[in-house]
Structures are given as structure tokens and as C-alpha cells.
Design a protein around this ligand. Structure first.
Ligand SMILES: NC(=O)c1ccc[n+]([C@@H]2O[C@H](COP(=O)([O-])OP(=O)(O)OC[C@H]3O[C@@H](n4cnc5c(N)ncnc54)[C@H](O)[C@@H]3O)[C@@H](O)[C@H]2O)c1
Ligand SMILES: O=C(O)[C@H](O)COP(=O)(O)O
Length: 332
């Protein structure tokens, strides 16, 4: 049966093409404005989103909604409890953009360690003085602290090791077998990692469980020269505390792809700081990753609509509830 798959935010063309090839009506929503969206979503069996919020009210505007597809790893923009309560499957694309984000984390490190921003500006200004004022940082043997060892943490750790850095890992799981299998030392307490690392790179989901995991007290544990890299979610870091620490030179710098409020408000204190590099939530946006993410997502949605269990099901309880519902309907 052809089903409406409403795509809230544009994804790589290969995703919609796969949906159409499977016989579905794949459509890009005209607006994210709630009232207009509620009208457009009414007949949808699937909704595909990037960072646009999918809450209970939006789900209720689509009585036939069966699956919410999230482009990427983080699903903190979807009300999972509301979806599960309604028997709506939520799928995502774990790992599809891991390499892209890992490379970006390292790019932010290089930008800061090699003063690429100030260097680029000085070269263009051609005043000839910068070269003699700058002292750049060599990364070989730097201690690279990885916080969270999922797909992206692991990919970033491997890249850092390949560059000759000494990688240490913190995860919430004590003696995490994945960390040991990859051959990295695990540090039991986050505070201890923060105290030894020259670079701290965050790779955790957003949401209440990680909210302000890095706050004023944690930043105070870091070395005065340390760099904080956040490609995960803005909410993991207390941004106000970070801005104060950066302004007062209490840490060396920060490379940020994600922010507590996105787009970053023009009044953000981060914007005026020299020891930060900011990118607009694009670390998962290499061409290769966008293509992979869109095609994996389309495959998950197609499976769900065909009644097959998707591989990357975020809320398996909804699947179980649907199966029980289907069985009791058949028996009735
Ligand atoms: N900036 C971007 O464009 C971008 C792109 C991809 C992913 N991300 C973010 O990065 C996150 C990590 O991605 P991933 O693919 O590595 O995910 P993943 O699920 O493979 O790994 C997440 C890791 O975080 C740990 N974790 C989960 N909840 C935790 C908690 N409450 N406290 C401590 N640790 C916890 C898990 O055990 C796991 O080690 C995503 O959830 C997403 O928010 C951002
Ligand atoms: O969690 C993720 O994977 C990223 O936030 C994805 O962002 P994107 O949809 O803009 O690539």
C-alpha cells in the first residue's frame, strides 16, 4: 500500500528515491510551522526528521502514524515515551555518520592546536608579525580523553591513536569490554580523565541523563591548557560555565559543533571569544555520511511500513505492543 512518508527536513535525495521505489509517497513538508505541519502530517504513516521536534501533539495530528525515522544517532528531539505509548516505532541510523563526526572532532582539535583561525586572519592581513607571536601545539603524545565509547567515541579514539596521541577513555560502564577489546585504557572516574587529558572529546547522547555532565566543577578539573571538544549535544556542557572558563583562560580552548540553543543565539558569549572554534551542527554532514544516513533511514522506514522489524529500533516496546495488538486483532 502506498503510504505518505512526510520528510520534515531535507535529506540526501537517495533516501526519498528509495521510499518512492518501494511505492511510497515521499514528500518534503512545506513548513515546520506547527499549524501548517499538523495539516500536512495528518495522513502520514511515516515521518522522517533531523533535528525538528516530534512531540505528542504532532503525533496526535497523524492518527495513522506508524514510524518516526530520525536521521542520525541522537533521538533527543523525539518524545520517545509518547511514541511508545501510541505504539509508534522510532528508528534511527546509528553509526552511519560516525566517521564523519570523528573526523570533525579531530578537525576542531587541529584548528585550535594550530591556531588556524588567527593564522588565517593574520596571513590575509599580511602584517608579518603573527608568525613570531604564535606558539602552536604539537599533538603527538598529547593525552586525548574520550568521553563515551559508542560508534563515534570509538571512531574518534582510533583516529587520535593513529596520530600518535595517548588515548584514555571514560564510559559509564565499568571495565567496558568494548574499550578493552579496542585496546584503550579506561579511566574509572570522569573527574580523573578530566584531570589528565590535554584534549577532552565528548561523545554522549543528549537528554536528562547527560545534562550538564560537564559543568563548572568539571571544567575546573581540567588543565589550564586543555581543549574541550563537543560534537555530541550542546546540553552535555553547561555553556555559560564554559564561556566564563574560556574568557578567564581557565582552559585552553573549545571546539564546538553543538550548542544548548540552536541556531546559536547572536548574543551568545561564545561568539566573541578567540579561543573557540564553532561549527553549525554539521559534523555528521559529509557527502558520504549524508548519503549513508538517508539510505539507511529509508531502509528502516520501508521495513517498518512493510511490517518487518527494523534493525535500528529505538523503542522495542512499541514493536512488542504492535505485535500483541496485531495478534489479538487476528484472534478477535
Ligand atoms: N554533531 C552531530 O552532527 C552529531 C552527529 C552524530 C551524533 N551526534 C551525537 O553524538 C552522540 C553519540 O553518537 P554515537 O553514534 O556514538 O552513539 P552511541 O549510541 O553509539 O554511543 C553513545 C555512548 O554514550 C553512552 N551513554 C549513553 N547514555 C549515557 C549517560 N547517561 N551517561 C554516560 N554515558 C552514556 C553509551 O553507553 C555509549 O557509549 C549521539 O547521541 C548524538 O547526540 C552528533
Ligand atoms: O545525532 C546525529 O546523528 C546528528 O545530530 C545528525 O544531524 P543531521 O541530521 O543534521 O545530520
Amino acid at each position: 500500500m502506498a503510504s505518505l512518508c512526510l520528510i520534515l527536513q531535507r535529506i540526501h535525495d537517495d533516501g526519498p528515491a528509495l521510499l518512492r521505489a518501494a511505492g511510497h509517497d515521499s514528500r518534503l513538508s512545506r513548513s515546520l510551522e506547527r499549524e501548517a505541519l499538523a495539516g500536512e502530517i495528518a495522513g502520514a504513516r511515516a515521518v522522517l526528521t533531523r533535528d525538528a521536534r516530534v512531540d505528542a501533539a504532532l503525533m496526535d495530528a497523524a492518527p495513522g502514524l506508524e514510524v518516526i525515522g530520525v536521521h542520525g544517532a541522537g533521538v533527543d528531539n523525539v518524545d520517545l515515551a509518547a511514541a511508545t505509548a501510541r505504539g509508534i516505532l522510532v528508528v534511527n541510523t546509528p553509526g552511519a555518520n560516525a566517521r564523519s563526526v570523528a573526523e570533525h572532532a579531530l578537525a576542531l582539535v587541529f584548528h585550535l592546536a594550530k591556531s588556524l583561525g588567527p593564522g588565517d586572519r593574520a596571513a590575509r592581513a599580511s602584517d608579518g608579525t603573527f608568525k613570531y607571536r604564535s606558539a602552536l601545539t604539537e599533538l603527538e603524545c598529547a593525552i586525548f580523553g574520550v568521553v563515551g565509547f559508542g560508534a563515534i567515541g570509538a571512531a574518534t579514539a582510533r583516529l587520535a591513536r593513529a596520530l600518535g596521541m595517548e588515548v584514555v577513555v571514560w564510559t559509564r560502564r565499568p571495565a567496558d569490554p568494548a574499550v578493552a577489546a579496542a585496546g584503550f585504557p579506561q579511566i574509572a572516574a570522569l573527574d580523573d580523565l578530566l584531570g589528565v587529558a590535554d584534549i577532552v572529546s565528548l561523545h554522549l547522547p543528549g537528554g536528562e541523563g547527560t545534562r550538564h555532565l560537564i559543568g563548572a566543577a568539571q571544567i575546573a578539573r581540567m588543565k589550564p591548557s586543555a581543549l574541550l571538544i563537543n560534537t555530541a549535544r550542546g546540553t552535555v556542557v553547561d555553556e555559560a560555565a564554559l564561556a566564563v572558563a574560556l574568557r578567564e583562560g581557565r582552559i585552553g580552548g573549545a571546539g564546538l559543533d553543538v550548542f544548548e540553543v540552536e541556531p546559536l543565539p547572536p548574543a551568545s558569549p561564545l561568539i566573541g571569544l578567540d579561543n573557540v572554534v564553532l561549527t553549525p551542527h554539521v559534523s555528521g554532514s559529509t557527502q558520504a555520511a549524508l548519503k549513508r544516513t538517508a539510505t539507511v533511514l529509508a531502509g528502516e522506514v520501508i521495513a517498518a511500513l512493510a511490517g518487518r522489524r527494523p534493525t535500528h529500533l529505538v523503542n522495542p516496546q512499541a514493536w512488542t505492543a504492535r505485535r500483541i495488538g496485531a495478534r489479538s486483532e487476528a484472534g478477535a
